[in-house]
Design a protein around this ligand. Structure first.
Ligand code: THU
Length: 134
């Protein structure tokens, strides 16, 4: 599966976002090393600080299914330019994604940016004695 195909999963997840407060719907899709795909959307709350981003929702879906190795990631939102994950999500993603994992950032009007995890979070903090990717 290429990252463009992964983007179609992220777009479908975005449709499921619960974002009545910000009205900013985000979708994320993770391709795992075994070919499985997990998606996430943002889930907001009346207590705003409890809201969860699409990227972390997708990571939690993946881990809950027994997978822990991200092979590719796609994120999409309706923004003027391709969306870029927040700092908290970059840290959580880096727990399960090696530095060279490809990332596709997109918006709804065709802006695309392709980068790798280490572009999003250089010098990531991780515990080599626990983190399972190289
Ligand atoms: N959001 C995400 O889901 N992912 C991002 O990368 C940035 C922000 C969500 C959080 C909140 O529900 C809404 O977008 C507005 O910030």
């Amino acid at each position: 599966m290429d990252v463009e195909e992964l983007l179609t999963h992220a777009l479908a997840a975005r449709e499921r976002a619960y974002a009545p407060y910000s009205r900013f719907l985000v979708g994320a899709a993770i391709l795992c090393d075994d070919g499985s795909v997990f998606t996430g959307c943002n889930v907001e709350n009346a207590s705003y600080g409890l809201s969860n981003c699409a990227e972390r929702s997708a990571v939690f879906e993946m881990v809950n299914s027994g997978r822990r190795k991200i092979a590719a990631l796609a994120v999409v939102a309706d923004a003027p330019r391709a969306i870029s994950p927040c700092g908290a999500c970059r840290q959580v993603l880096s727990e399960f994604a090696a530095a060279d994992v490809p990332v596709l950032l997109a918006n709804l009007s065709g802006d695309r940016k392709i980068c790798v995890m280490s572009d999003l979070l250089p010098y990531a903090f991780y515990r080599e004695d626990f983190v399972e990717h190289e």
